[in-house]
Design a protein around this ligand. Structure first.
Ligand SMILES: C[S@@+](CC[C@H](N)C(=O)[O-])C[C@H]1O[C@@H](n2cnc3c(N)ncnc32)[C@H](O)[C@@H]1O
Length: 212
């Protein structure tokens, strides 16, 4: 087990943070720290570009699925996929299992269950809130988690992160602002030649899409 995986201190703090948000705000965008349903959906649209060329059914892993909002989105769009949602927060998972229990092509797994690989792995919002973890260990955690996504998504993966191009006066010390150029380079050199950096959708963040 790597120090950045489920039993590591960073991840345990992340779990406590998001479970707290969920307990306060419930199964709403605020309960996973988004300001609106519109921005949550806009992020999904960027991430799903990784599988837009897929022909036929595929397996989608939602790494950091929260209460399963992406599943609702892919079903509403008629995307033909088997879905696995993975999250650290047991209360969120319990809610998702209850809510989507009728979907025979969907499953939710927690941190101490086997995490199945998929054709595509996507992650929305998992790199943003570092709390008081110092920048360097958080940056190492981000790179380690990108490598996990690379292993889990056989045909590709995608993730988003807050951008270091944010206006300085609006930046907060508890959030992590990633360098999109660094992460693009990292993915290009380590994971695939087919990498897109999307930084054109109006939020203070970017999405990286890696196709293999
Ligand atoms: C900002 S919320 C977004 C939830 C969902 N992706 C959405 O957009 O509605 C981030 C979620 O990722 C989960 N998460 C963060 N880091 C994780 C990790 N290393 N492994 C699994 N889940 C993680 C948190 O528990 C939280 O539910």
């Amino acid at each position: 087990m790597n120090a950045f995986d489920e039993d590591g201190e960073i991840v345990q703090r992340v779990e406590r943070y998001y479970t707290g948000r969920f307990e306060e705000f419930g199964a709403t965008p605020r309960g996973v720290d988004w300001t609106s349903a519109e921005s949550q959906t806009l992020r999904f649209e960027q991430l799903l570009k990784v599988c837009e060329r897929a022909r036929g059914p595929f397996r989608l892993l939602d790494f950091g699925c929260g209460y399963g909002s992406l599943l609702e989105h892919v079903r509403a769009r008629g995307i033909d996929c088997d879905y696995v949602g993975y999250d650290l927060s047991e209360p969120m998972l319990a809610h998702a299992r209850e809510r989507f229990g009728g979907d025979g092509r969907a499953a939710f797994v927690g941190p101490h269950e086997p995490l199945p690989g998929a054709d595509y792995a996507v992650a929305s919002g998992i790199f943003n809130v570092k709390q008081d973890v110092a920048t360097e260990p958080w940056r190492a955690y981000v790179l380690h988690t990108i490598d996990r996504l690379g292993t889990l998504g056989a045909r590709g993966f995608a993730f988003n992160a807050l951008t270091s191009y944010s206006d300085p006066e609006r930046m907060r010390p508890d959030l992590h602002y990633a360098d999109g150029r660094e992460l693009f380079d990292y993915c290009k050199r380590r994971h695939s030649r087919q990498v897109a950096l999307l930084h054109d959708y109006g939020l203070w963040e970017f999405t990286i899409v890696v196709r293999k």
